[in-house]
Write a protein that binds this ligand. Structure first.
Ligand code: UDX
Length: 461
C-alpha cells in the first residue's frame, strides 16, 4: 500500500495495553500510520465512538487528536497484517482454566491463533513485537509457528513488554522509567531491534531504552511484577502483626521506606492486590520454576499469592467478628469495586472475592463505584444473594450497617460522613481497606472504625 506514511504499524488486540500504547505512538509519531485491530466488533466500535472502552485519564484527548489522522481502529485483521511493516501483538493471555497447568500457566490459545493468522495473511517480511506478558520462551514458540510452512517471508520476533500501570497509562507511556526490547542476537534480530528503538526514540530518551536477548526481556517483565506484588504482600503480612500488637502499619511503612535502599513505593497496606497482571504473572513464574524442578524457588514466590489471599480473607473475617459474629441479613455497602482507583477495571479485584464471601455469610450488598459498576454487574451476575448497584455513595450507604471501603477513590475521602452516619443503622461500622479515611474524625462522628494494620477505634467497652 502506498501512503504518505513512513511506516505502517499494526497492533492486534485493542485492550488496556494495545489501545493506549498505540494511541501514544500515533500521537508522538505523526509520520507513522498506526492501525489497531481486534476480533471484537463491539470493542472496535467503542474505540471509534466518543465513549472509549478503556477509562484512562488523558486518553480521550490523545485519541481524539489522532483518530482518523494516523490512528485507526478496525476489525479487518487480514488487511491490517498485509499492509503492515511492524505488528505489535497485544492479545490477552489469561491464566489457563483447564488441563495441564490449570490455574497457573498462561493460556496461549489467543496468542497462537494470532501467530497463525499473521502467517496466513502476510505477503511481505514483518517485525513481530510481543507486547502481551508471556511466559519465557514464547517468542521462540512464535518463531517456530511463523517459520512452520517454510515460508520465504522472514518474520523477526521481538519482545517488548509493557510496564504501564492502569490509571496512569498515559503518564507511564509518555514518560516511561524504561523501555525494554529483547531480540535475537543475530544480524536480522539486531536490525529489527533497531527499527523498534527508532520508534521509541521519537519521545523516549536513549538511556531509558534497554536492549537485551529475548528471554531476559520476557523474564524481566514477570520478575518486575513479582517484585512489586511481593512488596505489597510483605507489608500486608506485617499489617496482620500490627493489628495484634497495636503498632501502626503506616508508621512502620514510612520508617522502613525512608531507607533509600528500600524506597517508599508499593508499601501501602491494603485489602490485597488485584489487577490482570500480578496474580497471573507470579503464578506463571511459579509454574515455570516448578517446570524446571526449582521447587524451593516456586514455593517462595507462591507465598506472595498466598499472603494476598490470606489478606482478603482476613478482611472479611475481621468484619464478621467485629459485627458480633453474624452478617446474616445485614446490609453492607462496598465502597469501590475496581481493583484500584482511577480505573473501571475489576479483573482480579479483591472486591470480587470480598463480595462473594460476604454473600456466603448471607449479608446483603450494595455496591458503589464511580467507574466500575458495569463490570461489577458482570462479575457478580451469577451470585446467589441480594446484591444491588448504586452509583451515588450516599444512597448506597443509606440504611446499611457497615461500609467496607475496598477501592481508594479520592471521592471517598471528601464525602460528608456526618450525613452518611445519620442515614446508617447503628452501631455503624467502617472497614477502611485502604487506610484513606480520617479515622479519628469518623470515630468522633460516631462510627466504629476498623483500618488495616492499625488499632480499631470503637465505641464498645
Ligand atoms: C501492574 C504493574 O504496576 C505494571 O507495571 C504492569 O505493567 C502491570 O501490572 P496494574 O495492574 O495496572 O499494574 O496496577 P498497580 O498500580 O501496580 O496495582 C496493582 C494492585 O496492587 C492494585 O490492586 C493496587 O491497589 C495494589 N497496591 C498497589 C496495593 O495494595 N498497595 C500498594 O502499595 C500498591
Amino acid at each position: 500500500m502506498k501512503t504518505k506514511f513512513e511506516k505502517n504499524i499494526l497492533c492486534i488486540g485493542a485492550g488496556y495495553v494495545g489501545g493506549p500504547t498505540m494511541a501514544m505512538i500515533a500521537y508522538k509519531c505523526p509520520q507513522y500510520r498506526v492501525t489497531v485491530v481486534d476480533i471484537s466488533h463491539k470493542r472496535i466500535a467503542e474505540w471509534n465512538s466518543d465513549k472509549l472502552p478503556v477509562y484512562e485519564p488523558g486518553l480521550d484527548e490523545i485519541v481524539k487528536s489522532v483518530k482518523g489522522k494516523n490512528l485507526f481502529f478496525s476489525t479487518e485483521i487480514e488487511k491490517g497484517v498485509k499492509d503492515s511493516d511492524i505488528i505489535f501483538v497485544s492479545v490477552n493471555t489469561p491464566t489457563k482454566s483447564f488441563g495441564v497447568g490449570a490455574g497457573m500457566a498462561a493460556d496461549l490459545q489467543y496468542w497462537e491463533k494470532t501467530a497463525r493468522q499473521i502467517l496466513q495473511s502476510a505477503e511481505s517480511p514483518k517485525i513481530i513485537v510481543e507486547k502481551s506478558t508471556l511466559p519465557v520462551k514464547t517468542a521462540l514458540a512464535m518463531e517456530r509457528i511463523l517459520t512452520s510452512n517454510n515460508s520465504r517471508i522472514h518474520f523477526e520476533v521481538l519482545s517488548n513488554p509493557e510496564f504501564l500501570a492502569e490509571g496512569t497509562a498515559i503518564q507511564d507511556l509518555e514518560n516511561p522509567d524504561r523501555v525494554l526490547i529483547g531480540s535475537n542476537q543475530t544480524e536480522n534480530g539486531l536490525k529489527a531491534r533497531d527499527v523498534l528503538v527508532e520508534i521509541y526514540k521519537n519521545w523516549v530518551p536513549s538511556d531509558r531504552i534497554i536492549t537485551s536477548d529475548i528471554w531476559s526481556s520476557e523474564l524481566s517483565k514477570l520478575v518486575a511484577n513479582a517484585f512489586l506484588s511481593q512488596r505489597i504482600s510483605s507489608i500486608n503480612s506485617i499489617s496482620a502483626l500490627c493489628e495484634k500488637t497495636d503498632a501502626d502499619i503506616t508508621t512502620v511503612a514510612r520508617a522502613v521506606g525512608f531507607d533509600s535502599r528500600i524506597g517508599n513505593k508499593y508499601l501501602n497496606a491494603s485489602v490485597g492486590f488485584g489487577g490482570s497482571c500480578f496474580n497471573k504473572d507470579i503464578l506463571n513464574l511459579v509454574y515455570l520454576c516448578r517446570h524446571y524442578g526449582l521447587y524451593e524457588v516456586a514455593d517462595y514466590w507462591e507465598g506472595v499469592v498466598k499472603i494476598n489471599e490470606y489478606q482478603m480473607g482476613r478482611f472479611v473475617l475481621n468484619m464478621l467478628t467485629s459485627m458480633f459474629n453474624t452478617l446474616t441479613g445485614k446490609k453492607i455497602s462496598l465502597f469501590g469495586f475496581a481493583f484500584k482507583a482511577n480505573t473501571g477495571d475489576t479483573r482480579e479485584s479483591p472486591a470480587i472475592f470480598i463480595a462473594k464471601r460476604l454473600v456466603e455469610e448471607k449479608a446483603e450488598l450494595v455496591i458503589t463505584d464511580p467507574e466500575a459498576l458495569q463490570n461489577a454487574r458482570i462479575d457478580l451476575k451469577n451470585i446467589d444473594g441480594k446484591v444491588s448497584f448504586i452509583e451515588d455513595p450516599y444512597d448506597a450507604a443509606a440504611g446499611c450497617h457497615a461500609i467496607a471501603l475496598v477501592t481508594e477513590w479520592d471521592l471517598y475521602k471528601n464525602l460528608d460522613f456526618e450525613k452518611i452516619y445519620r442515614s446508617m443503622i447503628k452501631p455503624a461500622f467502617i472497614f477502611d481497606g485502604r487506610n484513606i479515611l480520617d479515622h479519628n474524625r469518623l470515630f468522633e462522628i460516631g462510627f466504629n472504625i476498623y483500618p488495616i494494620g492499625k488499632p480499631a477505634l470503637t465505641h464498645f467497652e
